[in-house]
Design a protein around this ligand. Sequence first.
Ligand code: ADP
Ligand code: MG
Length: 482
Amino acid sequence: MERENIIELKSVTKSFSDNGFVAVKDFNLEVKRGEFVTFLGPSGCGKTTTLRMIAGFEMPTSGEILLNGKPIQNLPPYERPINTVFQRYALFPHMNIFDNIAFGLRQKKTPKDEITKKVKKVLSLVDLEGFEERRVSTLSGGQQQRIAIARALVNEPEILLLDEPLGALDLKMRQEMQLELKEMHDRLGITFIYVTHDQEEALTMSDKIVVMSEGRIQQIGTPEDIYNEPKNAFVADFIGESNIFSGIMTGKKKVRFCGGEFDCVDDVPEGTHITAVVRPEDVRLTPPSEGMITGEVTSVIFKGIHYEIAVQSGKNEMEVKSIQAPKIGEKVGMSVDPDGIHIMIAEDHTNRFLVDINSDYRLEYNGKLLHASLTKLIRGGKRLDDGTIVDENGDTLDLAKTKIEASIQPQDIDMTDDAEEGLVEGNISNLIYQGDHYSYVIHTDLGQDFVVYDEDLWNMGDRVGLVMPTEKMSFALKKQGR
Ligand code: ADP
Ligand code: MG
């Protein structure tokens, strides 16, 4: 009887003995026979290491890898029915195509006429019939990649591992090859485990996506699950463009973020700190008087069919996708339907907010100077004698396009009842006792909510100033459109 799961990873952990670095942590995954599974995550998150353990080039430090229900940790790579296509095709440049593909079969002492038959068959599978005599150097990047796939397929593996196989191709070729690989997968019916850091690639090709960060699985799901119901802010941010705000539940299915109060579909208890995720395509532009929030357009970029628009709303920025093009500087309203708002319970209460750059190229918040270096945040940034800042190309910093985000932890903010002493003033709009401290939400006069931890009990509605030492803040240049 065939088992449904061809591969299972159980609590697999990998640390490297030379530096003790834990590259993969408690990895649990089931792969069904014939499935197209993709490991998706930024560079260094442990994708290749996981793949190498499945292939047998690397041993798990702990945990189990099962193939058809049987542990295979101790099998060498060549005894596993698994072949890998690497990021670099690693074809032998001095051999022709036939010899490249036949290499593994000859090692295994396969009879000559069988080799000829098998090479012919895999060449037709990758649509390169008759290429036997060609030299590697005469092939395009896409053709070389197909040969690399043919070379893996000729061993008739049950599982094909592909480690960023399209990384070296240009965008157009990559998109063509994505479709081809997907077709090949459907036709061959074998299991593919695919690695990429490209979210679009993962969404287009996969039956199942495993989103990874820092050696840990963040979410496993279908492309639709991952896109529509990201489990945390990392996944939301990594999969497609998202607006991510910290906020608070203000009532039954009511949530406040980005300076507005919205209806949502998630029933999370009032007072819960949350992270709200809003896709740019779910934001509707309206006349200012009809929006749930308002803002000023700061950038408009044409993307072929739609426009990508940045709107500054108080201290927040909203990315909007729209087929109408507002003008830069125009005041607009913005609305989001309840099902366009995805609420996640915030694990992290870091306060994030945009700060201003004044005409002296110094950082300011709420009209008060912050003693932090702007120069350091700009790649190759230098301050000239007249005070202006130039970037690595010697261009003067474009103040309209430069957005600096500050962050500060809730325990690093102090509340003072001498409200004017703070960097910003506001009223306590929520408090929760957390065992050894209270967690407060302060709704500031700038429309931004801050989370503050404090041991003392304050009252709802108290007017307070927030003392936020600059040395406790981190600053980052936000990615900007062009
Ligand atoms: P990815 O493929 O997702 O980019 P990798 O699996 O290659 O990531 O690497 C994950 C982490 O493990 C990285 O920080 C990398 O430096 C580290 N790493 C990989 N291989 C080794 C090794 N042989 N020895 C020590 N550290 C390693
Ligand atoms: Mg890798």
